[in-house]
Every structure is written in C-alpha cells, then in structure tokens.
Design a protein around this ligand. Structure first.
Ligand code: 6PG
Length: 254
C-alpha cells in the first residue's frame, strides 16, 4: 500500500522553502549513498529549478557526493536540448552544470527524437532507458508496486492542479501499463511533452511537492481541504513520504 498521507509544511517565504528543500535533498542523498552507493533524483521543470539554487551553494555544494547522483526528469518538453522550453536546458543552466555529476548519469530526453518533435517515440525511448537501468541495477523495481522505484522526486504543481505533465481532463493520468507516456495537446505550452505515469510517480520512495505563489492557492485548497480527485496532484502519494512544501501565498486559501 502506498503511503498517501500528505505531510504539509508552510514556510514564511520562498527563501526558507528553498533552504528546507536543499536540506531535505542533501539528507536523502547522504542516506541513500551510504545505504546503496547511489542516489536517484527525479526533477521537474518550472520554478522548482530556481528554488534548488541553495544546493549549489555552501554547505551543500561541497558536502553532497555528486558523482553518485543519477538524474531524471518526471516530465520533459519535446523540443531540442537548446530550446528555451527544454526542462533539460533549464536544469543544466541553473543547477546541473554547476556540480560534478558525471554526464553519463544525467538521463535527458533523446536528443534527436526530441529535436524531430516525435513525442510518442521520445516517451518510448525514455521508458527503454529506464528499463535498461533496471537491468543495470541502477533503478530497482518496487516490491510493493512493480514499477520503477526512484529515491526522490522533486515536483511542482501548476495553478490548474497538474503535476508532471498529467493535466486535468486528459487521459494520461489513467495510464497504468506504460512507465512513460506522451501528450500532444498540453494546455500548458509547449503542447508536446513526455511524462512519467502516475504509478511510476507514486512508486518513488520520497516525493517532495514544492509550491509557491498565489496562483496555485485555489488548487492547493481544493486538494488539502476537499481532496478534489479531478486535480492530478491530489493523486500524489509515495512509498515512504509524501511531503508538500508551501510558501505563505500558496497556502493562503487553506
Ligand atoms: O514541464 C513542466 O511544465 C513542469 O515540469 C511542470 O510539471 C511543473 O512542475 C509545473 O507545471 C509547475 O510549474 P511552474 O513552477 O512553472 O508553475
């Protein structure tokens, strides 16, 4: 059974949230590297990458064993790697290029297919990449769920309650066979994206959902107060901990 119990912490400002997110990530990095010699981290796009800036400052920049990190994306826009829309570019420019993670441990969307704009093929290739890493014992299969089990996912939520590229009133949220699926009519631009499916997202050991600003406040309240299942983020759970970090503005309607 997944642990769907949400743990919520409201921070006075983005700065404190950012500090706490860095500490949470660094602690899990140390724990997993000690236990199994590596740490699998899944990133999203959006403002989250900005909030991760504390990780590339002392003390974390020096204390984290970056060479043991394996980095993935919970969702990615289907565009070239140097496109301003690319989540890979966003994370590279703002975070990953500043720390010594081996390039081979950074699992981006396929370079050629994403440039060609073939969303379905990109999703299939990303799933194949995950399946190969299962064979190489980088990613275990969750004994509880049968899906790949990542150590930590860092997620964001849009004002409409979407997480990853699982949007309200779109069928991707119901996909249970694939590990990675695609969308060609995303309501948030750009329209073509690939995304982990819900069972994979919920098989992570730790899920940290970080939400700031007033625009998602209504959806935050719908989820926290009414568990409104029409909002994809209401379905987030985790195998060990499902923690939601909010700033005051995002929590303003609670
Ligand atoms: O590719 C994306 O669009 C992101 O990965 C997406 O899932 C993001 O996490 C939320 O949309 C929140 O985004 P903002 O932080 O920009 O509101």
């Amino acid at each position: 059974m997944a642990n769907s119990q949400r743990k919520m912490i409201v921070f006075p400002s983005k700065n404190e949230l950012s500090e706490a997110m860095a500490e949470y990530t660094a602690n899990l990095s140390a724990k997993f590297i000690k236990e199994k010699g590596l740490f699998t981290v899944v990133l999203s796009g959006g403002d989250l990458i900005d909030w991760l800036c504390k990780l590339v400052q002392p003390p974390y920049i020096d204390s984290i064993e970056w060479s043991k990190w394996h980095v993935f994306w919970v969702d990615e826009r289907v565009c070239s790697w140097d496109d301003p829309d690319s989540n890979y570019k966003l994370a590279m420019d703002g975070f990953l290029s500043k720390v010594p993670i081996p390039n081979k441990n950074i699992y981006a969307i396929d370079k050629n297919s994403s440039t060609d704009g073939n969303a379905e093929h990109c999703a299939a290739l990303y799933e194949e990449c995950l399946r190969n890493l299962v064979k190489e014992n980088i990613i275990p299969i969750s004994k509880k769920t049968g899906y790949p089990e990542f150590d930590l996912q860092l997620l964001g939520m849009g004002p409409d309650g979407h997480m990853a590229s699982l949007f309200p009133n779109h069928p991707q949220i119901n996909e249970k066979t694939k590990w990675v699926t695609h969308i060609t009519d995303s309501p948030k631009p750009p329209p073509k994206r690939i995304t982990f499916t819900l069972p994979v997202i919920n098989s992570a050991l730790y899920n940290l959902m970080a939400i700031c600003d007033a625009s998602p406040a209504k959806s935050v309240a719908e989820i926290m107060k009414h568990n409104n299942a029409s909002l994809p983020s209401a379905h987030l759970s985790a195998q060990v901990e499902n923690v939601w970090y909010l700033d005051q503005a995002a929590a303003s309607m609670l």
